[in-house]
Design a protein around this ligand. Structure first.
Ligand SMILES: N[C@@H](CCC(=O)N[C@@H](CS)C(=O)NCC(=O)O)C(=O)O
Length: 226
C-alpha cells in the first residue's frame, strides 16, 4: 500500500490537527512541507491537488482530499480501528455535536485566527488589532458555552472535534489569551487538551515555531511602517 502523504505547514493549526490524529492512530504518513511564504500553495501544481490552495491536503493513493475536518473524518473512518468509536462516535446526536463544533471551528473560530494571519502576511498590522481581539473573544465565548456542561467540546471524551478546535485554541494564544475570569471553561478545556501526549509532542512545538514566524513578520511590518 502506498504511504499516506500529508501536504502541510508546521505553523498551520488545521495541519497540526491532522498530524495529531495520525499520531493517535499510529498511521505511517509521509510529510511534504509546503513553502507557504514563497507561495508554493498557489502554484498550478498545488492547485491541481487543492483548488482552494490551502494546507493541509491528504493523498491516499490516487484519492486526494483537502480541509482538515474532512481529512480527519476520512482518516478515522477508514483507519480508526478500535479508536474509531471513541474519536468519532457513531451515535447520531453525538456526531451532530462533533459536526457543530467542527463547523464552528472552520467557519468562525479559525476565521478569527486567519483574519490576523492574513493582515500580518499582507503587511497591514504589526500586532492583532482591537477588531481582531473582539472577533477572537466572541469565539472564546462560544467555546466557553460548549465546554461549560462537559469536559470536551462535543461529548465526555476527546474526539476529532477537540483536535480541530483545540488546535485553533492552542495557537490562538499567540494572538490573544482567553481571560480565565470571563472564559473559565474554555481555559480549563485548553489546559486539559494540553495534557494530552499529542498536544505535548505535536501542538506545543508547532506553536513555538508559529510564534517565531509571527514575531518576525510583526517586526518586519513595524519597521516598514517607521
Ligand atoms: N478549513 C481549512 C482551512 C485551511 C487553511 O486556510 N489553511 C491555511 C494555513 S493555516 C492556508 O493554507 N492558508 C493559505 C491561504 O489561504 O492562502 C482546513 O481546515 O483545512
Amino acid at each position: 500500500m502506498p504511504p499516506l502523504i500529508l501536504h502541510r505547514v508546521l505553523g498551520s493549526p488545521p495541519a497540526r490537527a491532522v498530524m495529531m490524529l495520525s499520531e493517535l492512530l499510529k498511521l505511517q504518513v509521509q510529510f511534504n512541507d509546503v513553502k507557504l511564504l514563497q507561495g508554493e500553495h498557489k502554484t498550478p501544481e498545488f492547485k491541481k491537488l487543492n483548488p482552494m490552495g490551502t494546507v493541509p491536503v491528504l493523498q491516499d493513493g490516487d484519492f486526494v482530499l483537502s480541509d482538515s475536518h474532512a481529512i480527519m473524518k476520512y482518516l478515522v473512518s477508514v483507519y480508526g480501528g478500535d479508536k474509531r468509536e471513541s474519536l468519532y462516535p457513531s451515535d447520531v446526536r453525538t456526531r451532530a455535536l462533533l459536526d457543530q463544533a467542527m463547523f464552528f471551528n472552520a467557519g468562525v473560530f479559525f476565521k478569527a485566527f486567519t483574519n490576523v494571519t492574513r493582515d500580518t502576511f499582507l503587511g497591514v498590522v504589526s500586532e492583532p488589532t482591537p477588531q481582531h481581539i473582539e472577533e477572537i473573544e466572541s469565539s472564546f465565548e462560544v467555546v466557553d458555552a460548549y465546554v461549560r456542561e462537559r469536559p470536551y467540546i462535543a461529548t465526555d471524551r476527546l474526539t476529532i472535534a477537540d483536535l480541530a478546535a483545540g488546535s485553533t485554541a492552542a495557537t490562538m494564544k499567540v494572538f490573544h489569551k482567553p481571560d480565565p475570569d470571563r472564559f473559565p471553561h474554555c481555559v480549563d478545556w485548553v489546559s486539559r487538551l494540553e495534557e494530552e501526549h499529542v498536544f505535548k509532542t505535536i501542538m506545543t512545538p508547532g506553536v513555538v515555531y508559529f510564534t517565531k514566524v509571527m514575531n518576525a513578520l510583526w517586526k518586519r511590518n513595524k519597521e516598514n511602517k517607521e
